[in-house]
Design a protein around this ligand. Sequence first.
Ligand SMILES: [Zn+2]
Length: 274
Amino acid sequence: MSDVNAILEHVDANIDASLGRLFDLLRIPSISTDPAYRDDCRKAGQWLVDDLNGMGFEASLRDTPGHPMVVAHYAGPEGSPHVLFYGHYDVQPADPLEKWNTPPFEPQLVDGEDGIKRIYARGANDDKGQLMTFIEASRAWINETGGLPFSVTVLCEGEEESGSPSLDPFLEANREELSRAVALVCDTGMWDPDTPAISTRLRGLAHEEVTIIGPRIDLHSGFYGGAAHNPIHVLTSILAEMRDADGHITIPGFYDGVPELPEATAAQWQGAQF
Ligand SMILES: [Zn+2]
């Protein structure tokens, strides 16, 4: 426990340097969806590699068909658990630019009216802030105790905001190197400004392409309206039938293999405010 207190004091004493590093990363406009920022994405990845190498990690930038991956390893004590921190260095586009009070890639530390300081910059809360929280915690731990209490792998991609097309193939190709670790996704939020949270469940998404074939030509509504199926009505009725009144998905087999939520968790979610 004394270790933890010393580490927390170390964090407080070095908060300005930590913010300085986060702001350096935030200044890189690593917008993955826009090819004009391709070099900036690489620069953000390289920035992380350099920072992690400087902390004693073995870090490298790995090319993919899209933006590169950052992979870094730090060995903990023999036999200790292995944790993988996943995050992403790419950000959403910043438009509409006129909606910003300050330039999106010039981070600002602002005192809120509620007394809470806030960082304004594109990517500050998705995901550079969260990612650097894990990295800064590791740095403080290493600086204070000379190492980490468990083995850590850091995996950062640069395509999370564009659907992660390279992530699955990369994980598959590097299965040996990246498996056998408990993954912590550093891409979630706090419960509220005073309450850190460890999210244990996230929803996924699925997408399908549906083709509905309708009349070859425009049909006169006076003659055919209501009699001939309009593809937009077919589509809306398909979509409407996919969920029941309680929000359950009605597609047969959709919930196969999905465990029930524990009672307490379900109750917490129902009480949560968003
Ligand atoms: Zn994110």
